[in-house]
Design a protein around this ligand. Structure first.
Ligand code: NAP
Length: 261
């Protein structure tokens, strides 16, 4: 049966899959398979890479996909580039669902950098004890920094090489401001390094840094292809239902109309 593909791995993707599943839109969620025990979305799930844009294009055709929503993390740039290329080649409509970035507020002391390498260059001049809140694949950029101690917090074990002076804390959000303040104090942190991931799950460190007056090094989001984009799950769900209606793929659930309400 024809289905909509959600490229996932985020809370928004799970929420969207749930909303569409409830409305009778056939959905397949795709996860990269990086996390050992991922939080699974409702509905059908497939796990693992497609084999680049060409592999994804083949998958779209073989599985009769009528539309794709790229709801991957703001820093998952390779998957988004593949989705853009594959959908253009296969003639499949594509929408990007991306949570808004964080905005500086009064009292914040942020330094924006373009990438993690620039964050690694900057950190030694700013702090002696840093919270490194990045993806586990990005910690290696700090391997050459030896005068700053790092508390490396990530969901999965960070990929080596790691900086010489560090402690690893395996944890995932949502985090609370009081929890972040306690962590800052316990480890005597004086700088926070983060990416502009956006969203509520990990925003507490921003509030805690403001409260303690700590500087933050914030890595900007990677640039993306010019895909139509929305920021809210409800907007993406409405788009998906319209695409399903066009392709005749939406089931009628019981006596309830499956159309937009
Ligand atoms: P990436 O660098 O953009 O992707 C690398 C490769 O992983 C892609 O080329 C693709 O392999 C595969 N892949 C990525 N997302 C996939 C998906 N949803 N379904 C199937 N294959 C996928 O991505 P990443 O930064 O490694 O992130 C991997 C996944 O974790 C993403 O789904 C993302 O939403 C989630 N995530 C990432 C972060 C982060 O910090 N980057 C944070 C939270 C969640 P092929 O080329 O073989 O198709």
């Amino acid at each position: 049966m024809s289905a909509l593909l959600i490229l996932g791995g985020t809370a928004e993707a799970r929420e969207l899959a749930g909303a569409l599943h409830d409305r009778g839109v056939p959905v397949v969620s795709s996860l990269a398979g990086r996390v050992a025990a991922p939080r699974l979305p409702p509905g059908e799930v497939r796990i693992g890479g497609f084999g680049g844009a060409e592999g994804l294009e083949r998958w779209l055709v073989e599985h009769d996909v009528f539309a794709v929503i790229d709801a991957t993390h703001p820093f998952a740039a390779r998957m988004s580039a593949s989705a853009f290329e594959a959908c253009a080649s296969a003639g499949v409509p594509l929408l990007r669902l991306e949570r808004p970035g964080w905005r500086e507020r009064p009292g914040d002391r942020w330094m924006w950098v373009d990438d993690v390498a620039s964050a690694a260059d900057a950190v030694e001049g700013i702090g002696r004890r840093a919270l490194l809140a990045l993806g586990r694949q990005e910690v290696a950029a700090f391997a050459g920094v030896d005068s700053t101690w790092f508390l490396i917090r990530s969901i999965g074990r960070p990929d080596p090489p790691l900086p010489p002076r560090h402690e690893v804390l395996l944890d995932r959000g949502p985090f609370t401001v009081s929890g972040e303040l306690a962590l800052f104090d316990e480890h005597r942190l004086d700088v926070v390094v983060t990416r502009d991931s956006g969203g509520d799950q990990t925003v507490a460190k921003l509030d805690a840094a403001r409260e303690r007056g700590l500087p933050m090094i914030v890595v900007s989001r990677p640039s993306r292809a010019d895909t139509a984009a929305v920021t809210a799950v409800a907007e993406a769900a409405a788009w998906a239902r319209a695409q399903a209606g066009r392709s005749g793929s939406q089931r009628v659930l019981g006596r309830r109309s499956a159309g937009p309400r």
